[in-house]
Write a protein that binds this ligand. Sequence first.
Ligand SMILES: Cc1ncc(COP(=O)(O)O)c(C=O)c1O
Length: 467
Amino acid sequence: MNPVPPTATAGRNQLRSEGDVNLSPRRRTWAAKHISAETQRLLDADARHFLHQSLSTPCLNALKSAQGAWIEDLEGRRYLDFHGNNVHQVGFGHPRVIAAVKEQLDQLSFCPRRYTCEPAVRLAQRLGKLAPGDLNRVLLAPGGTAAIGMALKLARVATGRFKTISMWDAFHGASLDAISVGGEAVFRQGIGPLLPGCEHVPPPDNRHCPFKCGAACNLACADYVEYVLEKEGDVAAVIAETVRCTPFIPPPDYWQRIRAACDRHGALLILDEIPIGLGRTGRMFACEHYGIVPDMLVLGKGLGGGVFPLAALIAREGLNVAGQHALGHYTHEKNPVACAAALATLEVLESENLVEHARELGAYAMQRLRELAPRRPFIGDVRGLGLLMGVELLRNRATLERATDEAEQVMYGALSRGLNFKVTMGNILTLTPALTISRAEMDQAIAILDAAIGEAEAAASAAPARL
Ligand SMILES: Cc1ncc(COP(=O)(O)O)c(C=O)c1O
């Protein structure tokens, strides 16, 4: 049976939840101006040889290098990378990470299952020490999605239950188990039956809250989690991103309320900090902002220093109960080179004070972005934690109508000026630079953003009918 295709508009809006739409007229216009024949040949070859999938085909551009906070394309144009897929906590190609990788390659380049190795054990020890509370049992995996799968399995084994509660709009990876707990239509639709027992609840997004909190959150969304825990009665785990990388910043009491509800109902709390852990929010782990300790914490992305795919599940000591089950069993579970990259990354985070830097520079950037709002009517909200920042663009601040086309225009305008970022939910400019970024580079990025928003506003007032 052929899947029912979503309508063109619905399909496009669903794609927008994860990023910009790579088939839009604005993309074509940008490409016509910026993509040379040589780059186009590579893009065509990419499209010719890879299986096509939403969001990644066709590619936007081709890169030849990535250093520090910057990426550089084949034509030598440099972009401050405020997306970086969130692997660039220590910047791209950090010399200490690269040196550690090279050294490890000469020493021991792989560790077959049934064996262990020094870098893997040191990394597990280090992560256990860094993680809050009694989170000190570690399992490594070659990617975030895989680590989420291990967390879901461990929750089943530990509780003897299988149901989960997770958030609409959440992303936990693209595998079948991860999209079952994920909440984005673009991943869930048209792909067949998902895991049973995956209940979804509204995320803490006070701009579009179905409980109508009117942007003054009264934590009804947190209370609803407890309502579902109570009604279902046998939920294994609540799994969520501590702070969605859009970002949606939950109010201060949100996680405490959910933590307490989980405890009352015997459910585990799994926090996915794959893109935002390791300092991005101005604390080593985002849950530290909320004064809670989950039962399991999942890290990934930048853990491998932006060089190697590596993720970690860190669980409470008491959850070391699955000795008879294969939770991960991944071929690269204890890859020494990936572990060496991770150890170097953690050292760099500490020795270069990158967590404090993210906190301080993030506060500065947020203030500067907020100062733009009075003269940039498109800006509906500026929010963030550390160097996880979002600028929401609205057509109308009163009705909160999303400025989706305008956000795309701003994105391409910024790209043309040397700033790369992702748009999420159609209208939120999601800004996640390398934590190594300097204040001067941040000022440069904000100036570009200001100019790109100004250009989009000028275009809108020149053609008011479009609004
Ligand atoms: C919140 C979150 N969870 C899980 C994942 C999946 O990680 P990976 O792509 O390494 O499998 C991602 C990736 O973007 C993510 O942002």
